[in-house]
Design a protein around this ligand. Structure first.
Ligand code: GDP
Ligand code: GDP
Length: 447
């Protein structure tokens, strides 16, 4: 299998070669003293933190007087970026952002290769404002680096790591997400059936690791393994709110306690299942919990329990759905499932949806895909012009996953009405299958 490749991109003089030499080691650094060799040898093998990868220094493609990005440099750079697993886009934190950086950024945003931004020459404090300025390029927070002094190299590798690990068969999801245990919490009001559900899950025949056989249990979590429909073992860490409750003050009212439990669990969980007594429908307390879960940026699933004894099931279900839509706008589209903790019915689906929801919550969309969607969205519904002043939305970038968080850059975008923000969030949700996981979109208008 070929080594994963990093292509270092940036305008002349930002320090690409300096970094390249640092990454590939002294051996190739000597090449710099031998003109002629340098030009043809701009690829090297790097090893760091146990990772082997290949680095391409596109400085070798620069025209002597490359003040813009045309010609040979562009063609070669394009090829290098296309072939790379990740593009490392370098800017000069001391010089700040210049038009050529913006030009390169615009071009990188149109490619499908993921981009990691680094602000070089950031040693000492002289680069601080340049690092902030680089945020506006739309590739998230830059890694502050000093290629010359070897500072920030560890941060750089943390940033590159997700793109350099092979055997990641779902490149669209964060590498850490797919294999790490699903952190799941089950919350709900007293008597909803939480303990019954947890016992049922831990007692399933399909459970590979049973509570007796080596399950690890501490005060806040139970680790176990779920076998999915394809028979694949999937690790789960069940956040045990009952364990937490023992630590809470016992005199607290039970109702209040369930909210407190939920909040504590939410700190630890990726996916939160809000369990309701399906025979009683949705109550205000439930909406409060759901609201908090989403506010905290966690993925939410609502499960109607005791479905084995539910009479008039379909009208009950529709009632809950309507109450949810009305009572909690941001919960629209949250998976609403029916289960029976007592019989085990629906629990396979519950676990499958929990894993799918975590995947969506961890999904990373490439800047290229994002902006192709964005252009269509702007065309279909152009931003309004409050007070006759045009708002110029320029591009969107995903700055974070878990939950998926996006930033929209452009002139006066901070004046966009909430309705327009919602239009974009709903579009993102649909286009990239985020389901009902919280999707964050903030507007940033560079001054
Ligand atoms: P390239 O054209 O992008 O390959 O840039 P070079 O690697 O040739 O570096 C351009 C100049 O910036 C050289 O004089 C380097 O010594 C200097 N340089 C590179 N990295 C740093 C750094 O981290 N801090 C400072 N202060 N200077 C740097
Ligand atoms: P918790 O307070 O949320 O932990 O609720 P429990 O697990 O203690 O359950 C409360 C009551 O509901 C108990 O009497 C359970 O036997 C009952 N229960 C839980 N799940 C189900 C279910 O799926 N069907 C039926 N019929 N009863 C259930």
């Amino acid at each position: 299998m070929p080594l994963p490749t990093v292509a270092i991109i940036g305008r002349p003089n930002v320090g690409k070669s300096t970094l390249f030499n640092r990454l590939v080691g002294k051996r190739l650094a000597l090449v710099d003293d031998q003109p002629g060799v340098t030009r043809d040898r701009r690829e090297g093998d790097a090893t760091l933190l146990g990772l082997d990868f290949r680095v391409v220094d596109t400085a070798g493609f620069e025209d002597e007087d490359a003040a813009t990005l045309p010609g040979r440099m562009r063609v070669q750079t394009e090829a290098a970026v296309q072939d790379a697993d990740v593009a490392l886009f370098m800017v000069d934190a001391r010089a700040g952002i210049v038009p050529l950086d913006e030009e390169i950024a615009r071009w990188l945003r149109a490619t499908d290769t993921p981009v990691v931004l680094a602000a070089n020459k950031a040693e000492g404090r002289s680069g601080e404002s340049g690092v902030l300025e680089a945020m506006a390029l739309g590739f998230g927070e830059p890694v502050a680096l000093s290629a010359e002094h070897g500072e920030g190299v560890a941060d750089l590798f943390t940033a590159l790591l997700p793109y350099l690990e092979r055997d990641d068969d779902e490149p669209e999801e964060d590498a850490e997400a797919s294999d790490a245990p699903l952190k799941l919490a089950i919350v709900g009001r007293p008597n909803a059936g939480k303990s019954t559900l947890i016992n049922r899950l831990l007692g399933q025949d399909r459970l590979i690791t049973g509570p007796e056989a080596g399950i690890t249990r501490d005060s806040i979590a139970v680790d176990w393994t779920w076998s999915d429909a394809d028979g694949a073992a999937r690790a789960v860490r069940l956040i045990d709110t009952a364990g937490m409750r023992k630590k809470a003050r016992v005199q607290e009212k039970l109702e209040k306690l369930s909210v407190m439990d939920a909040l504590r669990a939410v700190d630890f969980a990726e996916v939160v299942v809000l369990l309701l007594d399906g025979t009683r429908g949705l109550e205000v307390q439930d909406l409060k919990i759901a609201d908090r879960v989403l506010q905290e940026g966690r993925a939410l699933i609502i499960a109607l329990n005791k479905w084995d004894v539910a009479e008039n099931a379909s009208s009950l279900f529709n009632g809950v759905k309507a109450a949810l839509d009305e009572g909690l706008a941001q919960a629209k589209g949250v998976p609403l499932l029916t289960v029976s903790a007592a019989t085990g019915k629906g629990l396979d689906t519950l676990m499958r949806v929990a894993f799918e929801t975590r995947d969506a919550w961890s999904r990373r969309v490439s800047t290229g895909q994002l902006n192709r969607w964005f252009e269509r969205a702007l065309e279909a519904n152009p931003p309004p012009a409050p007070g006759g002043k045009r708002i110029k939305a320029r591009y969107v970038t995903q700055v974070k996953t878990r939950p998926p968080s996006f930033v929209l850059f452009g002139t006066r975008v901070d004046q966009l009405p909430e309705s327009y923000r919602r239009y974009l969030v709903n579009g993102l949700r649909r286009e990239f299958d985020f389901g009902a996981v919280p999707v964050r979109l903030t507007m940033r208008a560079p001054k």
